[in-house]
Write a protein that binds this ligand. Structure first.
Ligand code: SF4
Ligand code: SF4
Length: 709
C-alpha cells in the first residue's frame, strides 16, 4: 500500500510538472503572430504519415536512419509498456496485462520490447561514438558548443540507462518467476541471456530488491525524461508531428505573400480605394513576436541534427550562416522571453496560455541581437536546408522575414543591392541597361512582339518571356537566340514583350524588398492580362518560379513552362528532330540542377530527357536532383559580393563538375550559366569542358535550326 501511495505521489508531481512545461511551450509558441494554416487536410495527413511517422526524409542517409528508427520505435514501444507499469504502480498488481492478454501475445510483446531495448542501447552507443569519438563534422561544429552538445549526450546516456533498468528488471523478474515468487508471464530473449546469468546466485530477497529497483528507476527515469524534454532538443519527439502537419504544401520555390504590403502597393498604383491595412506591425520580422507561431513551432521542433547546415552552400563555403543556428537562436530568444514572463511565477502555479508580448527590457531582439546581418545576406535562398530537414523545418522563411525587416523597416542592405533596387525601379532590370535595348538580342531574327500582334488583333499562343539575363547578358543572349530559333523552326505561335518586358521582381523579393517586388509584379500582371496572355515559356527558372507561383496570389494566373519542358515535348512530338544521332553518341554530359527549377518546382526530368534525346549519356554530379548544390547566384547573390568565407560557392560547384570528368556540361538557367562559366574558367583554365544551356545543345543538334551566332 505504501508503495502505491508513493507511486501515486510521484506520478501526480510528474504529471503536474509535465503539464506545466507543456503550457510554457504552448505559451511561448503563441508569442508569434497569427497565421492561418488550413485546407488540404488529406495532403497534410499523408505528409505526417510519410515524413513524421515514416521518417521518409531520414532515409536519404540509410545507415543513421535505421539506428534512428530503432531508437524511435524503442520510444514508441516504451509508451505502451509504460501503461502496464502505471496500472501496476497504482493498483499494486504485477504485470497486469499478462492477465488480460493471451499468454502468447503477452510473451511476444515482452520479447519485442526486449529486442528494441537492446537495439536502442546499441544505436544510442553508436550515436555517442559518432558525436564524441568520430566527431562527424556536423556534430563537431562550433554552433553546438556548450549546452546543445551536452544535451544530446545527456539524452543518449539517459536512453541507454532507461533500457538497462528495463532489462535488469526483466532479468530479475524471470528468475523470480522460475523460483515461483511471481506467476509465469512473458518471454525474455535478451534479459535471460544478458542479465539473468549475472543474478543466478542471488537470494530471493536480493532478486526482489533488484527487480523493484529496476522497476522504480525505469519509471522514475521515464517521468524525469518527460520533464527534461522542455529543456531539450528532444522535444521534436512530440512536436515533429504537428510541425510536419502544418508545414507548407506549396512548391518550395514559392515565397510567402505579404497581404499587408499588397494593399499599400495597390493604393500607390491606384488599384484600390480601400483604406490602408497597415496596423503598425513591422514589415518583416525584427523579433520573435513578428514571426508566425508556425515559425516558432519550427524552432521548438528543431532536432539540431545539422543536416541543413551540412548541405547549405553558404556554410559549406565558410560563410557565417548556419541554418541550424538560425533555428537555435530563434529558440534561444523565445526562451529568454519566456523565462522573463515566468520570472515571478511560483512553481506550483500554471502559466497562462495567453502570452504578454513583452521582451525583457534590457534584452536584444532576434534581428541584430541574435542573428547578424552577415548571416542573413549569405543565404542564396536555395532551399537545400528545407529539402534536407527531416521534419520540414524552414530556416529560409525566418531568414527572408528578417531580411524583409532589415530592408523595409531599417533600410539596411548591401550597397550593391541598393543599386540593384534603383536599377529595377528605373530600368526594369537589375543592371543599368536601358529598357530600349531589351530586344537587341533579336536583331536579324524577325521575332514578333506581342504589341505588333495585338495591332493585328492577334494574341500569340505562347509568350516567350526572355528575362533580364537572357535580354542583356552577352552569354545568355545566345541561349535566348537558340530558343527563339527552335520556337520558330517548330512553328510555334509565339511572341515576346520586347521593350515592354520588365524584370519579374524576383531579386527584389529575395532581397527582402517586398514593396518593390509587388510594384513590379502588379504592373507586369496588368500588362499580361491586358494582352490576354495565357501561356508563357521562359528559359529562366527564377522567372518561371515567379510567374508560375508568385503572381497567382496577386491576380496573375498563367500556364508557365520552363523551356526544358517545352523542348522535351517538341522532341517527343517530333516537331524538332535530331539531325545527327551519332554526334553525341557515347559522350557524357553532367547536368547541373538549378535550385529554382529542381528543388523549387520539382522539374528534374525534363532537362535530362532533352539531353538524352540528343544521344548524350548522363553522368550525374555527386550532389544532384533534390540534393543539387546551388551555383551561388540565387537570393539576389548574383547582384552583390559574396559574404566572406573560405571560397566561393561557384568554385565549390565547378570543382565538383570537374571531378565528374564529363565530356560536356549542361545548365538550364542563365544565372547558373554565368556562375558555372566563371567557376569553370577559373578552375579548369584551358581544359574546360563545353558548357551550354539545354536549348543550345538542341539548336545545334536539330534539323531546321541553325547554330546560334
Ligand atoms: S536556403 Fe540555402 S543558402 Fe539559405 S540557409 Fe538554406 S541552405 Fe543555406
Ligand atoms: S532545421 Fe531541420 S535539418 Fe536543420 S538542424 Fe533543425 S531539424 Fe536538423
Amino acid at each position: 500500500m505504501l508503495q502505491q501511495i508513493v507511486f501515486a505521489l510521484v506520478l501526480g508531481v510528474s504529471v503536474f510538472l509535465a503539464v506545466r512545461n507543456a503550457r510554457i511551450i504552448v505559451r511561448n509558441i503563441k508569442l508569434g503572430r497569427k497565421e492561418q494554416i488550413n485546407g488540404r487536410k488529406q495532403d497534410r495527413w499523408m505528409q505526417v504519415l510519410r515524413v513524421a511517422l515514416g521518417q521518409s526524409k531520414m532515409f536519404v542517409r540509410p545507415i543513421p536512419a535505421v539506428f534512428h528508427l530503432i531508437i524511435y520505435l524503442g520510444f514508441l514501444i516504451i509508451n505502451t509498456e509504460i501503461l502496464e507499469i502505471l496500472i501496476d504502480g497504482l493498483a499494486g498488481t504485477h504485470r497486469v496485462f499478462s492477465y488480460i492478454f493471451p499468454s502468447t501475445l503477452y510473451g511476444i510483446l515482452i520479447a519485442v520490447y526486449e529486442v528494441l531495448a537492446l537495439g536502442t542501447i546499441i544505436a544510442a552507443a553508436i550515436f555517442l561514438i559518432r558525436r564524441h569519438v568520430l566527431r562527424l563534422p556536423r556534430f563537431a561544429s562550433s554552433d553546438l558548443d556548450g549546452w546543445p552538445r551536452r544535451d544530446a549526450a545527456v539524452i543518449l546516456v539517459f536512453e541507454i540507462a532507461l533500457m538497462i533498468f528495463f532489462l535488469t528488471m526483466n532479468g530479475a523478474d524471470r528468475l523470480l518467476q522460475q523460483r515461483g515468487f511471481y506467476a509465469e508471464a512473458g518471454w525474455f530473449p535478451i534479459s535471460s541471456w544478458l542479465v539473468s546469468p549475472l543474478l543466478e546466485g542471488y537470494s530471493l530477497s536480493a532478486l526482489f530488491i533488484v527487480e523493484r529497483a529496476g522497476w522504480w528507476l525505469h519509471i522514475v527515469g521515464v517521468f524525469a525524461f518527460l520533464n527534461y524534454l522542455i529543456w531539450s532538443k528532444h522535444l521534436h519527439i512530440i512536436l515533429s508531428f504537428p510541425n510536419v502537419y502544418f508545414s507548407r504544401l506549396e512548391p518550395q520555390g514559392q515565397m510567402t505573400d505579404m497581404p499587408q504590403v499588397t494593399r499599400e502597393v495597390q493604393l500607390m498604383l491606384n488599384l484600390t480605394s480601400e483604406p490602408s491595412a497597415a496596423n503598425g506591425a513591422p514589415f518583416g520580422a525584427k523579433d520573435i513576436f513578428d514571426l508566425s507561431w508556425k515559425q516558432l513551432l519550427d524552432a521548438y521542433s528543431c532536432t539540431e541534427c545539422g543536416r541543413c547546415t551540412s548541405v547549405c552552400p553558404a556554410s559549406i563555403t565558410g560563410k557565417k550562416l548556419s541554418p541550424r543556428l538560425i533555428m537555435m537562436k530563434t529558440r534561444d530568444r523565445m526562451e529568454e522571453v519566456g523565462r522573463y514572463l515566468d520570472r515571478n511565477l511560483p512553481l506550483y502555479r500554471m502559466p497562462a496560455l495567453t502570452a504578454r508580448h513583452e521582451a525583457p527590457p534590457d534584452s536584444k531582439p532576434l534581428l541584430g541581437g541574435y542573428i547578424t546581418e552577415e548571416e542573413l545576406w549569405a543565404c542564396t535562398t536555395c532551399n537545400a536546408c528545407v529539402q534536407e530537414c527531416p521534419i520540414n523545418i524552414s530556416p529560409l522563411s525566418i531568414i527572408v522575414d528578417l531580411r524583409r525587416a532589415l530592408v523595409m523597416e531599417e533600410a539596411r542592405l548591401p550597397n550593391e543591392l541598393t543599386q540593384m533596387n534603383r536599377n529595377l525601379e528605373n530600368n526594369g532590370a537589375p543592371w543599368q541597361f536601358g529598357q530600349q535595348d531589351r530586344l537587341n538580342w533579336a536583331e536579324g531574327l524577325h521575332i514578333p512582339t506581342v504589341a505588333e500582334l495585338a495591332a493585328q488583333g492577334r494574341v500569340p499562343e505562347v509568350l516567350f518571356w526572355v528575362g533580364c539575363s537572357g535580354s542583356f547578358d552577352e552569354r545568355n543572349k545566345k541561349v535566348t537566340q537558340a530558343l527563339a530559333v527552335i520556337l520558330s523552326a517548330a512553328n510555334i505561335s509565339y511572341a515576346v514583350l520586347g521593350t515592354e518586358e520588365n524584370c519579374t521582381g524576383d531579386p527584389a523579393r529575395r532581397a527582402g524588398n517586398e514593396f518593390l517586388f509587388q510594384m513590379i509584379a502588379l504592373q507586369n500582371i496588368q500588362l499580361l492580362n491586358a494582352y490576354n496572355i495565357k501561356k508563357i515559356v521562359t528559359a529562366c527558372p527564377h522567372c518561371f518560379n515567379t510567374l508560375r507561383n508568385e503572381y497567382r496570389g496577386l491576380g496573375g494566373t498563367y500556364e508557365v513552362m520552363h523551356h526544358s519542358q517545352l523542348l522535351q515535348q517538341l522532341l517527343l512530338e517530333g516537331r524538332v528532330r535530331v539531325r545527327d544521332q551519332h554526334h553525341w553518341q557515347g559522350k557524357t554530359v553532367s547536368y547541373h540542377d538549378s535550385c529554382y527549377l529542381g528543388r523549387g518546382n520539382g522539374v528534374f526530368e525534363a532537362p535530362r530527357a532533352v539531353l538524352q534525346a540528343l544521344g548524350m549519356e548522363l553522368r550525374e554530379l555527386k550532389r544532384c536532383r533534390q540534393n543539387g548544390l546551388c551555383c551561388g547566384a540565387g537570393g539576389a547573390q548574383m547582384f552583390k559580393e559574396e559574404e566572406a568565407g573560405t571560397h566561393r560557392v561557384n568554385a565549390e560547384r565547378a570543382a565538383e563538375v570537374l571531378e565528374a570528368r564529363p565530356d560536356a556540361v549542361a545548365v538550364a538557367c542563365p544565372f547558373c550559366m554565368t556562375m558555372l562559366d566563371d567557376g569553370l574558367r577559373q578552375k579548369a583554365h584551358d581544359h574546360m569542358p563545353p558548357l551550354r544551356d539545354v536549348a543550345e545543345y538542341v539548336a545545334e543538334a536539330c534539323e531546321q535550326t541553325s547554330p546560334t551566332k
